[in-house]
Design a protein around this ligand. Structure first.
Ligand code: 13P
Length: 334
């Protein structure tokens, strides 16, 4: 499969990506929140339960794995093998996290050193796409030009190496929703961030037909006290993303970024209702796909069926939203 075929499969109609690539630190926070011990066995047990759910392949095109998970086995089979049997593409998070940017309270994502060798190993382990996340925060002074340029440059160098290794990069510039700013400020900052990302990707000679863009939606700051209106979120998100989208990109898969499961589905649905083109706008959610499943799992670690039912239902809602066919009264109707 070439990188264009991979990228197209990742954003196939009615399918999206499961971001199960929480680092051990982040996964420990998630498990702590439901009073479950974070150890290798439990991290695998929860993830394996999701990956083997009955309708997984109907709604999920690919899974972003973490380094620990791509090397794990269950009943003698590796996780990438299990995903392949489900006809789901294995992917891998390859950045090493957002680290302090010199001279600023902002971050730049690191992990370029030795990346070529790591990518070749991940390919052999079965990965066919990769992810790297740049993080930008909004305040009166942030993001600085330094953060916008440094993160875009790193994203472009990462994407070039991923394509060289025969995999499709997910390019994820995440403008955080934290802060008191309004939706217009989020629009302006995200525009600037996407503009610089596309600029750097072009300079690096990226083949846009073999990548997926993973941006944030355009939202009011989470401490602004302003309630998001789905029509406005969809309108501004579409405008912002479409203004910066090279026509060759096969699709966009949004991150959920701390929105509730309901909001992430509702906003994605509205984006697809307003989208007048055949272009694919789908999901690459972490929290907004896993939250309810994690809570269900924590009640009884052995009740695989209950967890899978909750996960399948959440994925089904997002699959409908990716086609603009979701309705609020479908929630909990099952
Ligand atoms: P959320 O959907 O929870 O924001 O996670 C997506 C992701 O991959 C963050 O890097």
């Amino acid at each position: 499969m070439n990188i264009n075929e991979i990228a197209k499969l990742m954003v196939a109609k009615g399918k999206g990506i499961l971001a199960a690539d929480e680092s051990t630190g982040t996964m420990t926070k998630r498990l702590d929140s439901v009073n479950i011990e974070s150890n290798e066995e439990n991290r695998l047990a929860f993830r394996h339960t999701l990956f083997t759910s009955k309708n997984f392949q109907n709604y999920i095109s690919g899974v972003i794995l973490y380094d620990e998970t791509i090397r794990q086995k269950k009943n003698g089979k590796s996780i990438p093998e299990i995903l392949r049997e489900q006809k789901v593409l294995p992917g891998i998070k390859v950045d090493k996290g957002a680290k302090k940017l010199v001279g600023s309270d902002e971050t730049v994502t690191e992990g370029l050193d030795g990346l070529r060798e790591r990518l070749n190993e991940y390919y052999k382990l079965g990965a066919r796409f990769a992810k790297w996340r740049g993080v930008y925060k909004i305040s009166n002074e942030f993001p600085s030009n330094n953060s916008v340029v440094a993160n875009a440059h790193a994203l472009a160098r990462y994407a070039a190496l991923v394509q060289e290794a025969g995999m499709a990069p997910i390019v994820e510039p995440e403008v955080l929703m934290d802060g008191k700013h309004d939706i217009q400020k989020c629009y302006d900052v995200t525009s600037k961030v996407l503009e610089e990302c596309m600029n750097q990707l072009r300079i690096a000679g990226i083949d846009f037909s073999g990548m997926v863009l993973k941006p944030n939606m355009i939202l009011n700051g989470s401490e602004s006290g302003i309630k998001n209106k789905k029509e406005q979120v969809a309108e501004l998100t579409l405008k912002c993303v479409q203004n910066h989208l090279p026509s060759e990109i096969p699709g966009v898969a949004f991150l959920s970024g701390g929105q509730s499961e309901f909001e992430a589905t509702e906003n994605l649905n509205e984006i697809n209702k307003q989208n007048k083109t055949s272009f694919a706008f789908t999901y690459s959610y972490g929290r907004a796909l896993q939250q309810s499943a994690l809570k269900t799992w924590a009640k009884n670690l052995k009740d695989t069926e209950a967890v899978q039912k909750v996960f399948d239902e959440r994925s089904r809602m997002n699959s409908l939203a990716a086609k603009g066919e979701w309705k609020a009264d479908l929630e909990n109707a099952a």
